[in-house]
Design a protein around this ligand. Structure first.
Ligand code: SAM
Length: 222
């Protein structure tokens, strides 16, 4: 069973490359106790986010889809002192768990703003407020809304902004033209918009590991 091997290799790589961090594990445990779904990024993916933020020198980060704040902790730990994360979450209970997890991880309250409610509404509000462009945008919420999130992300960007979207392969189902799954259709529409879009240069990678077979898209705004 390949998925068993992928998970074992992930655990091996985690042991070799990740420094043991009790607060990240505590966050996953707190999520489980609170009954949140385990849709968090994997530890290795969390570190990839963290490294990409450091490599790009991003200061202003936007995350769409907070869940229990697991990825938010990885992101916050990559921020410079004057950096800031805005993270959007529909479910007030998820947001509450995230707030506690971020505090427990020692992330200063003023470094992270969790905006509770439909991300589409908050994205429109951010635009209305004339929010300064973000340096790095992580799209990881409801997949049927990915086309709308891409458009909003592009509007909240400037040249050089990095946009990353998770779960864009969905066990290979992304190639199923007639899929009845709204998430798959959301991702397909997302790629149709990226196709030939002059505003962003992007690529996508298929991934395997503890989270199964999936993939992410990463691009840079022109
Ligand atoms: N980024 C998180 C992590 O890696 O720890 C995982 C996010 S999880 C895949 C997706 C989250 O998006 C869920 O917590 C869900 O409640 C939230 N969500 C779903 N629909 C949403 C919407 N319309 N607006 C904002 N958040 C939404």
């Amino acid at each position: 069973d390949r998925s068993h091997t992928w998970a074992k290799v992930d655990r091996y790589l985690e042991r070799k490359l990740l420094v043991h961090d009790a607060t990240l594990e505590d966050a996953l445990y707190a999520n489980e106790v609170a009954g949140l779904p385990n849709y968090d990024v994997s530890p290795l993916q969390g570190k990839l986010l963290h490294l990409l933020i450091r490599m790009s020198g991003a200061k202003r980060i936007l995350e769409i889809g907070t869940l229990g704040g697991y990825s938010a902790i990885w992101i916050a730990r990559a921020l410079p002192e004057n950096g800031h994360l805005t993270t959007l979450e529909l479910d007030a209970r998820h947001a509450e768990v995230a707030r506690n997890n971020l505090r427990h991880a020692g992330v200063p309250d003023e470094q992270v703003q969790i905006r509770v409610g439909d991300a589409r509404v908050h994205l429109a509000q951010l635009e209305e407020e004339g929010a300064e462009a973000f340096d790095f945008i992580f799209i990881d919420a409801d997949k049927p809304s990915n086309p709308a999130y891409l458009e909003a992300a592009l509007r909240l960007s400037k040249p050089g902004t990095v946009i990353l979207a998770d779960n864009v392969v969905r066990n290979g189902e992304v190639i199923e033209e007639t899929s009845a799954d709204a998430r798959v259709q959301g991702i397909r529409e997302f790629f149709e918009r990226l196709e030939g879009d002059g505003r962003i240069q992007s690529t996508a990678l298929q991934t395997v590991g503890v989270k199964g077979y999936d993939g992410f898209m990463i691009g840079i705004v022109c």
